[in-house]
Design a protein around this ligand. Structure first.
Ligand SMILES: *Cc1c(COP(=O)(O)O)cnc(C)c1O
Length: 237
């Protein structure tokens, strides 16, 4: 019941932001981020209408995909955390989306390892827009080269750009990094890449992301609750 209410509240926030910033609500989708929460919580979210989940840690996600195998045909699984090359095969086999492509080698492996009976794997280029050395993502000035190379891979479908801007409290301040990602996204489209996904915005900044053009917001704690600590944080892959 609690997840039903928080999911509805999040959808209401998205809708209100669309009204406020004159966005078409049909162009903004919600990706519930379920990292660290057990499969039962995802089942509850499914009952409340969720049909996709974002996960950060490969092994944790595989366990949940297996636990929810009865729902598999109705679900889309998105990897939004960093991906190491030794995990690409299981990701290519089990996920529908990967948002965190930040180097060509990972994309090449995913394309080569995507099983032929599955549709191409949907991917986004992750851009490091706030420029912090610790964060994943390609530098903005290298994004176009990477995007063109990824778009040419046969078993991937390049859908867009993802970013995790630095957390800022102030709404107007939040809009600045979101705007830089949105401008990069539009520049890639202007180069002829058929992109439809700007993956931007989380629990604390989804309004700023929608204001700047996000088409997919990734929301965890506002739906599933507070994450006191991440049990999988030591194994970031
Ligand atoms: C955890 C996470 C989210 C969700 O964050 P919340 O603040 O809980 O909404 C979104 N995107 C990425 C990449 C994450 O790691």
């Amino acid at each position: 019941m609690a997840i039903y209410i928080s999911l509805q509240a999040t959808l209401s926030r998205i809708e209100a932001a669309c009204v406020r910033f004159q966005r078409d609500p049909a162009e903004v989708s919600l990706l519930p981020v379920s990292k660290t929460f057990p499969a039962e919580a995802l089942r509850e979210a499914f009952a409340a209408g969720a049909r996709c989940f974002g996960e950060n840690y490969v092994q944790e996600a595989l366990d949940k995909i297996e636990a929810l195998i009865d729902l598999r045909p109705q679900l889309q699984w998105h990897l939004i955390g960093p991906l190491q090359s030794n995990k690409t095969r299981v990701v290519a086999e089990h996920f529908d989306w990967v948002h965190s492509i930040d180097r060509l080698r990972i994309a090449e492996r995913l394309s080569a390892q995507r099983p032929p009976e599955l549709p191409p794997l949907n991917v986004c280029i992750q851009v490091n827009v706030s420029g912090e050395a610790s964060k994943s993502g390609v530098a903005p000035d290298e994004a176009a080269t990477l995007a063109q190379a990824v778009a040419a891979l046969p078993r991937l479908s390049l859908r867009g750009v993802m970013a995790v801007p630095e957390p800022l409290d102030d709404f107007e301040a939040q809009r600045q990094p979101h705007r830089r990602v949105a401008q990069l996204y539009q520049a890639l489209r202007a180069q002829g890449l058929a992109l439809d996904t700007l993956s931007l915005g989380m629990s604390a900044d989804l309004e700023a992301a929608i204001a700047e053009g996000a088409t997919l917001v990734r929301v965890g704690s506002a739906i599933f609750g507070h994450r006191p600590r991440s049990p999988a944080a030591e194994d970031k892959s």
